[in-house]
Design a protein around this ligand. Structure first.
Ligand SMILES: *Cc1c(COP(=O)(O)O)cnc(C)c1O
Length: 398
């Protein structure tokens, strides 16, 4: 049987010989992005100038992109908007969610959540000045902590630092039983595993464009609002692009219809064009097959590491159901080991304080490469190749 992923790999620009396992931080560049950007710069911006807002469809691009991403996530057309960053969209959605549960003061999340999600919640709680507070519990305790005092559950399906995956349907069921709206962060889910927002029934969801969706550095984020909430939901950030009639230049804000309210300022069309082109690689891709291959990759990698280096502590759950699309190990000298691995042709990343993290992107990395990466990880640890002074000096971005 031919491997359908051999064809998707050819769609990406990747340096020869590199095993790239940081696609959960910055996805590889689909080859189609370059010609599309050249066309955008030449035929759109260069040739049409400001007329491109109408002539090249720039004005509607955020919504059109939202529908493309929404289709990958089981969301109805018109329920996803591409705008801003994940951090900003999380803020908007948290406010909208808290309005659905007035009088409740707890924003509930877990200690494994990505810091920016927690920071936004902390800042918002302080800003509201009504006694709101962020409560974080251990990931395993999140379900049990959902109760009648909770105003919103802010949960990231896959933990960025361990690869642990929450049982989202169970969390949503309990949240529903207690009248708690959910903001689901899909940063490490979209493009990594099957997501069905309609089936899940969550009120809100958010995620980023530059990880498994390969939209490029700083690619904009997407945000989902459940269709039945769109008539009433209110974004706290009132900008002219989210106005019902931006080009009336009216002095008073009037919210645009539905999901358009999530627009704030002028959208970054250059970035959105790259994201739009990058999404072409998903045509005909079956997410169930992506998931199967991702699990085969993580299994192969874990087995290879443990065969040669049984002492290395695995942070990622062994249970498939509880595993996202990454593998993480704890190692005292994780930073230096990641640097040493680069010299071995494996690109992973370091997460403070002691985590070696490897993202698995089935579209452009194979099971055999994941296994080979596992062997090289074991070799770097066993040989103490990491213990060279040049591997210990920290760079700004890890
Ligand atoms: C990557 C990531 C973010 C990034 O937010 P930005 O606003 O794009 O910087 C936020 N939340 C989670 C869970 C992430 O994994």
């Amino acid at each position: 049987m031919s491997d359908p992923f051999a064809a998707t790999r050819d769609l990406f620009e990747l340096p020869e010989g590199l095993i790239y396992m940081v696609g959960n931080s910055l996805g590889a560049m689909p080859r189609g992005v370059k010609p599309r950007m050249a066309a955008m710069l030449g035929e759109e911006w260069g040739a049409q100038l400001v007329a491109g807002w109408n002539g090249a469809g720039w004005f509607d691009l955020p919504r059109r992109l939202g529908d493309r991403i929404g289709a990958m996530l089981g969301a109805a057309p018109g329920s996803v908007m591409v705008a801003d960053s994940t951090t900003l969209n999380t803020f908007k959605l948290l406010v909208a969610a808290l309005r659905l549960a007035p009088g409740r003061r707890v924003i509930l999340s877990d200690k494994g959540n990505f810091p920016t999600d927690l920071y936004v919640a902390q800042g918002l709680a302080g800003m509201l000045g009504q006694g709101h507070r962020l409560e974080t519990v251990a990931p395993e305790a999140l379900e049990g902590a959902i109760g009648a005092d909770v105003g919103v559950l802010l949960v990231t399906e896959v933990d960025y630092s361990t690869g642990r995956r929450h049982d989202v349907p169970a969390l949503v069921a309990r949240a529903r039983a207690h009248g708690v709206p959910v903001v689901l962060d899909l940063c490490h889910s979209a493009g990594a595993l099957p997501v069905d927002l309609t089936a899940l029934g969550v009120e809100f969801a958010v995620g980023c464009g530059y990880k498994y969706l390969n939209g490029g550095p700083g690619a904009p984020s997407y945000a989902y609002v459940r269709p039945d909430l769109q008539a009433d939901f209110a974004s706290p950030l009132w900008g002219w692009m989210g106005h019902a009639a931006p080009f009336d230049f009216a002095p008073d804000y009037r919210p645009a219809e539905g999901i358009n309210r999530l627009r704030v300022g002028t959208p970054p069309i250059v970035s959105m064009t790259a994201l739009d082109a990058a999404l072409d690689v998903w045509a005909g891709v079956d997410m169930a097959m992506v998931r199967t291959r991702s699990l085969a990759m993580s299994d192969a990698m874990i087995a290879a590491v443990e065969a040669d280096c049984p002492g290395l502590e695995l942070l990622t759950p062994r249970d498939h159901a509880a595993r996202g699309s990454q593998v993480c190990f704890r190692f005292e000298h994780a930073y230096a080991a990641i640097r040493a691995l680069m010299a071995e042709g494996v690109h992973g990343d370091f997460r403070a304080p002691h985590t070696m993290r490897f993202g698995l992107t089935p579209l452009y990395v194979s099971v055999a490469e994941a296994e080979e990466a596992g062997r090289r990880i074991a070799r770097v640890i066993n040989s103490r190749a990491w213990d060279r002074p040049e591997y210990h000096a920290r760079t700004a971005v890890t």
